[in-house]
Design a protein around this ligand. Structure first.
Ligand SMILES: Nc1ncnc2c1ncn2[C@@H]1O[C@H](COP(=O)(O)OP(=O)(O)OP(=O)(O)O)[C@@H](O)[C@H]1O
Ligand SMILES: [Mg+2]
Length: 239
């Protein structure tokens, strides 16, 4: 069995006196799409931020391949090949789409930028005619495309995605998931946080469910999706 690409071992995270994660352990194998599900304030974003080096665990460990990365600064983690599509997208509104994308390439060699740009625009054809538009004037769905394209400029070995469908119209949710599916086919390894469990479980290989900062359930996505008790207890179904 290949070594895990990402592994969290008994991670405990505090914000001041408040504990946000309790002994969270999870793993992502190369090529896998793993989803972290859970309701509001369950610790999903904190889990991703811990991987990205934006939050430091008080105890526990995070490994990227065999290297321990908890405690590294965020720019070092990025430099090791971890890409991020943050919650709420956060494009640079005053900058053009093109400049937003090139920012994503900053760890790549300048000679590669044109090819990188061409590759991501091929993934998001709608951006081709928008490269000189200020990113802040784009719709929410379009901005999500920019944020995804920006993260892909660097060809990350692990892509962390926080709530890609949040606030999007059904049309854009479909588009976003089409891209995620395509990336999966290309072999991109992903850790994806989602509140809308149904969509996430359709594309994920495995999933973890967080409740109040604890992993309360984990398993193959199709098993979680098929279990009515699980759906009722953890995935927000009322019927
Ligand atoms: N910077 C911070 N300072 C203090 N508490 C924080 C901070 N960030 C998060 N928290 C707390 O940690 C807990 C987990 O937050 P987190 O953002 O990880 O949840 P989430 O599952 O991503 O929620 P949502 O679905 O609303 O995005 C929450 O109780 C939150 O209030
Ligand atoms: Mg969140």
């Amino acid at each position: 069995m290949p070594a895990d690409l990402l592994r969290l071992e008994n991670v405990n995270v505090f914000y001041g006196p408040v504990q946000a994660l309790y002994d969270v352990s999870l793993r992502v194998a190369p090529g896998e799409l793993v989803s972290v599900l859970g309701g509001n304030a369950s610790g999903k974003s904190t889990t991703v931020k811990t991987v990205l080096g934006l939050v430091r665990p008080q105890s526990g460990a995070v490994f990227l391949e065999r290297r321990r990365i908890d405690g590294l600064a965020a720019h070092r983690v990025i430099g090791l090949g971890v890409g991020s599509i943050p919650e709420g997208r956060r494009v640079f509104p005053e900058m053009t789409v093109r400049d937003n994308l090139l920012l994503g390439a900053y760890t790549r060699r300048k000679e590669d930028h044109a090819a990188d740009l061409e590759r991501v625009v091929a993934l998001f054809p709608a951006l081709a005619s928008r490269l000189h538009q200020a990113a802040g004037t784009m719709s929410g769905g379009e901005q999500q495309m920019v944020a995804m394209a920006r993260a892909l400029m660097r060809r990350p070995k692990l892509l962390c995605i926080d709530e890609p469908s949040m606030g999007l119209s059904p049309l854009y949710v479909d588009k976003v998931y089409d891209v995620i599916r395509r990336l999966k086919e290309e072999g991109v390894t992903m850790l994806m946080v989602e509140q809308s469990a149904n969509r996430a479980l359709e594309v994920a290989d495995r999933a973890y469910v967080l409740q109040n900062g604890r992993v309360v359930l984990e398993g193959p996505a199709h098993e979680l999706a098929a279990d009515p008790a699980v759906r009722r207890a953890y995935l927000g179904e009322t019927a």
